[in-house]
Design a binder for this molecule. Sequence first.
Ligand code: SAJ
Length: 453
Amino acid sequence: MGRFEELQQKLADKTARVGVIGLGYVGLPLAVETIKGGYTVVGIDLDPRKVESLKAGVSYVQDISDETLRECLATDRFFPTTDYAAIAELDAISICVPTPLSPNQDPDTSYITHVVNQLKIHMKQGMLITLESTTYPGTTEELIQWEIEKLGFQAGVDFFLCYSPERVDPGNRKFNTHNTPKVIGGTTQRCIDLGMALYGNLVQAVIPVSSPKVAEMSKLLENTFRSVNIAFMNEMALMCDKMGINVWEVIKAASTKPFGYMPFYPGPGIGGHCIPLDPMYLSWKAKGFRFHSKFIDIAQSINDSMPDYVLHKTVQVLNLYAKSINSSKILILGMAYKPDVDDLRESPGLEIYELYKKNGASVDYYDPYAKHFVNKAGESVHSIAYDLERFRTYDCMVLITNHGSFDYRELADLGVAVIDTRNAFEGVEGSHIYKIGMAVSIPQKKEVVSLLA
Ligand code: SAJ
């Protein structure tokens, strides 16, 4: 029996030992699904705290409960470890490590390279390797296939190689690792056959494509599509502000079209670990082919300009009350990058916080999920408590993240000027509620007197 047939048999009868490298918000849910799929799973992570937490049945991933983790441990088929030597005992591995940006906005694939270096030490012939980390087209071939083939192993013969983009959406209550269709591309037909054999036991639908590059590119298309459309809505907000039109009402009206339209919304900028980064991976690689993506560059510049626009809107609103931003007390409501998560990565709220500080304001924030962060001065900043009497003492409140738990009526009734960057206060009336994407006009003289009263 050849290597392909041997692995095919192990994947079919679930005797294959599967490794998941990188046990974060992508790797841990994948490890859980692989255990549920009947396999023995070795979870490898660099961080001993993660490994110890998993061994103790304590989850650090929002979408995996402690109970689920303990059920996995009880199967005696889940082995968290920091030891890459465990690779030698594995028949298949999925790589779910971070792919951040370097300080100068270039792809940082060092985490992938670190895993490949460990593979070159420990892997055995006949193994299936699947990269899941979001990355530019060509990564699987250039950083994995070519590196391992330096050992004299041939892809599709001595080892099998696939790329299958992760599609994890943290906090999504409807879609999870199991029920989200999984795209997968293999270096050869045998590679894709084995990739399908494994993932077909983990997820509801596996979508084969002709190569790892197609699979890599499909993920970047998905997220660049979002970045560009969000940027377009941000531009619409800037335009409507200038034209004195309510952008939120415009979007609501356009959204009634049952075909040929897909709503996106303006905001204070884009955050998270996907949308701000993924398009940069694509534009960086395209430049290597002397192709400059105008859409990606324009979208990035518009999205990155939104914190300054929020600052401008805040200055406008404080001006209504004859206040300057310098020495005003500002309360930011919500700091996480999107509702109902505790993730602060790339959150535009952090940039807006720094802009307020830089302009002399005294800034606090309240977020029931994202409890603290370290600001640019290196200070640890903590969320204040939910204290309405204290909230009344601020010159304005700025809604950055529209968490589902906020009581917008209660907040509006405080009478404190609000700058709403998410249309979160929709349906809550109040002349002191101002929104991005809408003009702020100085009220007639008599009204200003009442505002200052
Ligand atoms: N945002 C807007 N306006 C919008 C939508 C989003 O300003 O209309 C902002 C959000 O506030 C956030 C940023 O953009 O700051 C990104 O939001 P997101 O909804 O794209 O959420 P992410 O970053 O968690 O994206 C993930 C992605 N999942 C994967 O990459 C596997 C993305 O592909 C999903 O479509 C997205 O979740 C989702 O739909 O929730």
